[in-house]
Design a protein around this ligand. Structure first.
Ligand SMILES: C[S@@+](CC[C@H](N)C(=O)[O-])C[C@H]1O[C@@H](n2cnc3c(N)ncnc32)[C@H](O)[C@@H]1O
Length: 382
């Protein structure tokens, strides 16, 4: 089986099956597992409580939508995960669990850690329901700050009844598939998960991906100020559904190639559609930019993420900058946009890039940087 964009799901499946019967992880892998399991989220802890308390029986096989690894799951007979966000998919795979890019068939149990936006959460309820066999159990885990109470009500409206527990500032709620489910509501929610065209732009987007209902104003500002006729190999880091890539190619149609790097497989699938028919050679990478880049480039564009889950995380943007600086050829140029309060300038200095700030407004700033020849003593011009 092939995973999202060529990630193989076979190897971890086989490894997980073997490791269930024997404790087969070498010491180095044990360290990896320790790091992975240390990051278990409160929503996941809560999701698994009905099982550790014996309220729901662990079945022979289960599907986990929005899969994240937990040590308890290693005791389960078989759990297949679906996870569109690359770093989490990697953690799941490295923990030895099988990963699928397109869940199929029907399951006696579906675990669900839904996303953030309302449309995405409701669509994931419908998707999870559709993955259940008759009588199968759907169990959802959500943080209170993500709207657990509100979404539990929506869930109950569809299922006709729900059992719920609260712990760790999260909720876990569940219901079995039965004739009582409201089919009209499920049909509405199914529609919310389908790819759709962003009005007035023609771009294809999908619920749950970044900026799914409008062009991001920061990216629009960068697109407006991108120079024309750039040359060489280009990359778009955190390419989303492809807005910046398409704008870049519109202004610089003679670029040699463009690589799009994006962690959200759903966004990348939209980007593929949004850039179809373009003559420039394109490559789409389901990839964690923070882990570095496989190529070298003359041009890099980016609007780096600055959230991990619901928290502001400047370290992610800094890691994007480091990856960009490493991947720039001498003479290579970086064009980025950021919220104006995010302190990326010091990182550009530390990386030895020459930079300037051509535009700054009340919300955003553009930072344009260059990798010059010679010792990397920072020279800043504004
Ligand atoms: C601020 S958005 C910009 C999206 C797009 N370039 C645009 O202008 O509309 C940042 C993007 O980075 C992606 N992202 C987040 N973490 C990532 C990571 N570790 N590696 C690659 N992409 C990541 C997000 O999914 C999101 O699509």
């Amino acid at each position: 089986m092939r995973g999202f964009f060529g990630i193989s799901a076979d190897r971890p499946a086989a490894k997980a099956a073997a490791c269930r019967s024997t404790p087969c992880f070498p010491a180095s892998h044990a360290a990896v597992l320790l790091r992975i399991f240390r990051r278990v989220s409160p929503a996941l802890e809560t999701l698994l409580l009905p099982f550790s308390r014996g309220e729901i029986e662990i079945p022979q096989r289960a599907l986990f939508l929005g899969a994240e690894p937990h040590p308890d799951l290693r005791e389960w007979p078989a759990v297949t995960g679906w996870q569109p966000f690359f770093p989490l998919a990697e953690a799941w795979r490295k923990a030895g669990f099988p990963l699928t890019d397109e869940p199929a068939g029907s399951w006696p149990l579906v675990l669900l850690l839904p996303g953030k936006s309302k449309e995405e959460v409701l669509a994931s309820f419908a998707r999870a329901y559709d993955s259940l066999e008759e009588g199968g159990m759907l169990v959802v885990g959500m943080a209170n700050t993500a709207g657990a109470a509100r979404f539990e009500k929506e869930f109950a409206a569809a299922s006709g009844g729900v059992a719920s527990l609260q712990k760790n500032k999260c909720r876990a709620f569940h219901a079995a598939k039965s004739a009582a489910w409201n089919q009209a509501l499920l049909a509405e929610w199914r529609e919310l998960g389908k790819p759709r065209t962003l009005e007035s732009t023609g771009f294809i987007v999908e619920a749950g991906i970044f900026s799914a209902d409008h062009v991001d104003p920061g990216s629009a500002l960068l697109a407006e100020h991108l120079p024309k006729n750039l040359k060489g190999a280009a990359a778009d880091l955190g390419a989303g559904w492809g807005f910046l890539s398409r704008e870049l190619l519109g202004k610089s149609p003679n670029l040699k190639s463009l690589d799009l790097f994006e962690a959200d497989a759903r966004a990348l699938a939209c980007a593929k559609k949004n850039l179809s028919g373009i003559a420039t050679p394109l490559e789409f990478h389901w990839h964690d930019v923070a882990a570095g880049l496989p190529g070298k480039y003359e041009v890099i564009v980016m609007n780096p993420p600055f959230h991990t889950g619901q928290n502001t995380d400047i370290s992610l943007g800094r890691a994007f900058l480091r990856s960009a600086a490493d991947a720039m050829r001498t003479g290579g140029r970086l064009f980025m946009v950021a919220n104006r309060q995010l302190p990326y300038e010091a990182e550009l200095d530390a990386l030895g890039l020459v930079w300037r700030k051509p535009v700054e407004d009340s919300t955003y700033k553009l930072l344009f940087a260059e990798k010059r020849l010679g010792p990397s003593k920072p020279v800043t011009f504004r």
